[in-house]
Design a protein around this ligand. Structure first.
Ligand code: NOJ
Length: 530
């Protein structure tokens, strides 16, 4: 169990704010920092402990801000440094922690370093901050190796003098060469800059990608057309032990995090970092949270698992077995801005929402910390964004897969778009569905049976079990019902087709109505056992 002196992040509930879609204060159709600040009380009332804010730095926005051109500034689209200070002050006053996104694997092509690299000759120190290489074949016309971009297509682009540069994501996101000490030094400064301003932590983008196999050798056994997107993995591969990945999860990456840990430890207030690392196994995830490395790593296993008691039990067991030896607490997450929202993943409609609520209640019963994605407290589903409004680079590189459907702005109030997200009459950056009036925050706060009220109740109830410890027993998880005991709390999740019996005790909370004393299919319950 977390010791009484456990750091705040160990069992915190984090709420992911996707800046451009949360709240627009100036009527340009894009969310911004003052929009977040004016809704911090909302987050406090919902009952979360911390806010993770996606990138708001200057950027040409080719990948919604994950293409940074200046790591210590604020894009005027989102506000100013003064707005960051205001946000931090207000959040801290309300008792909320603030985590910002750090994007160290790649810069934007508009970063001063990449511009300088293009202006400098092959072999120059300016080029050595990135991964420039000569091509293969006659005239170097073929890329240096067979790596694919996570977003589809080749991972290499060619520049004016014939050299190629590596980009594991979009061509506008050149990968940095982390074996160059200049790169590490620059990011140390960036970390200090935001820590000095008062942020409580960092979410590390593509944390498993910074170190590449130095030889940049070919990847073995790659199927053509396959991307590394979560959508290609969902439901099929929770673990991918046999895949050859010379670009991911290389041993050298851990030296970077050891050095960051030393830096973070020089600050007061339990500053933390969480790795976004799409590792192949729970054991490799656990390597990022060894005592001298990062504090947390996103645990994507559940989000990749199908709706199944056995699959959920495997995820819980695998996760806890992996983090226990390194003394870390687990994290849990069901949705974020890169994956299909979980009500839709679980089949959509009434059943998808029931399952999503049940999975959420199950996850919130577990030890460690949970990450929520804005809008899941409203039960929002993935939106089928028409092709002409698509913005995600993945859509264009794959010709039809994209993440915009999970990024549609938050509906706050009212009966039609932009539902209080922006000033009336404003066109939001992605179109908002016509039938969202019943899903707005205002509508759901009035309804005790709404998904919003359910999240608020669940977060409140979770606080009551803060001392339930970190030991977990999977009582049942072989068939269709998952039953997990954690101290005095038992959570039961019915993934099967028939109503299930609940263990003796007091029912604390359910994700949907009970059927007499029985737990209906697609429903979860918390039971306090004596
Ligand atoms: C992971 C981020 O969550 C995603 O949105 C982004 O496109 C890639 N990293 C590249 O930075």
């Amino acid at each position: 169990m977390p010791a009484p002196s456990a750091p705040w992040w160990r069992d915190a509930v984090f709420y992911q704010v996707y800046v451009r879609s949360f709240a627009d204060s100036d009527g340009d159709g894009l969310g911004d920092l003052p929009g977040i600040t004016s809704h911090l009380r909302y987050l406090r009332d919902l009952g979360v402990d911390a806010v993770w804010i996606t990138p708001f730095y200057p950027s040409p926005q080719h990948d919604a801000g994950y293409d940074v051109s200046d790591y210590t500034g604020v894009d005027p689209l989102f506000g100013s440094l003064g707005d960051v200070d205001d946000l931090l002050t207000r959040a801290h006053r309300l008792g909320l922690k603030v985590v910002v996104d750090l994007v160290p694997n790649h810069t934007s092509v508009e970063h001063a370093w990449f511009r300088a690299a293009l202006d400098a000759p092959a072999g120059s120190p300016e080029r050595a901050r990135y991964l420039f290489r000569p091509g293969k074949g006659r005239g170097g016309a073929r890329p240096p190796n067979n790596w694919s971009s996570v977003f589809g297509g080749p991972a290499w682009s060619r520049i004016h003098d014939g050299q190629w540069y590596l980009h594991l994501f979009d061509a506008t996101q050149p990968d940095l060469d982390w074996s160059n000490p200049e790169v590490a030094a620059m990011f140390d400064d960036v970390l200090r800059f935001w820590l000095d301003r008062g942020v409580d932590g960092f979410r590390i983008d593509v944390a498993h990608g910074l170190a590449k196999d130095r030889s940049l050798r070919n990847q073995r056994g790659r199927r053509s057309g396959e991307t590394d997107l979560p959508s290609d993995r969902q439901g099929s591969m929770v673990e991918r032990r046999d895949v050859d990945e010379p670009m991911w999860d290389q041993p050298g990456v851990h030296d970077i995090y050891r050095s960051w840990r030393r830096l973070l430890d020089t600050y007061d207030g339990d500053r933390m970092a969480v790795a976004e690392a799409w590792t192949r196994t729970p054991e490799s995830m656990a390597r990022y949270v060894r005592p001298d490395e990062l504090h947390q790593a996103f645990n994507f296993a559940w989000l990749l698992a199908p709706w199944s008691a056995a699959a959920f039990a495997d995820v819980i067991r695998g996760t806890l077995d992996a983090v226990r030896p390194v003394g870390a607490a687990p994290t849990w997450v069901l949705s974020n801005h890169d994956v299909v929202r979980h009500p839709t993943r679980y089949g959509g409609g009434h059943r998808g929402l029931a399952r999503a609520r049940a999975a959420t209640l199950t996850m919130l019963a577990l030890p460690g910390s949970a990450y929520l994605y804005q809008g899941e407290e409203l039960g929002l589903e993935e939106v089928d964004v028409p092709p002409e409004f698509r913005q995600d680079p993945v859509w264009f590189r794959t010709g039809g897969v994209g993440r915009d459907g999970a990024r549609v702005p938050m509906p706050w109030r009212g009966t039609h778009s932009p539902y209080g997200f922006s000033r009336a009459g404003t066109t939001p950056w992605l179109p908002m569905p016509d039938d969202w009036a019943r899903l707005t925050v205002a509508a759901q706060r009035r309804d005790p049976a709404s998904t919003w009220s359910f999240y608020r109740d669940a977060l409140r109830a979770r606080r009551r079990f803060a001392d339930a410890g970190e030991d977990v027993e999977i009582v049942d998880g072989r068939a269709t019902v998952l039953e997990v005991r954690r101290g005095p709390l038992t959570v039961v999740c019915n993934c099967g087709p028939r109503p299930a019996r609940l263990p003796p005790g007091t029912v604390v909370l359910t994700s949907g109505p009970l059927d007499g004393h029985l737990l209906p299919p697609d429903t979860a319950a918390w039971v306090a056992c004596a």
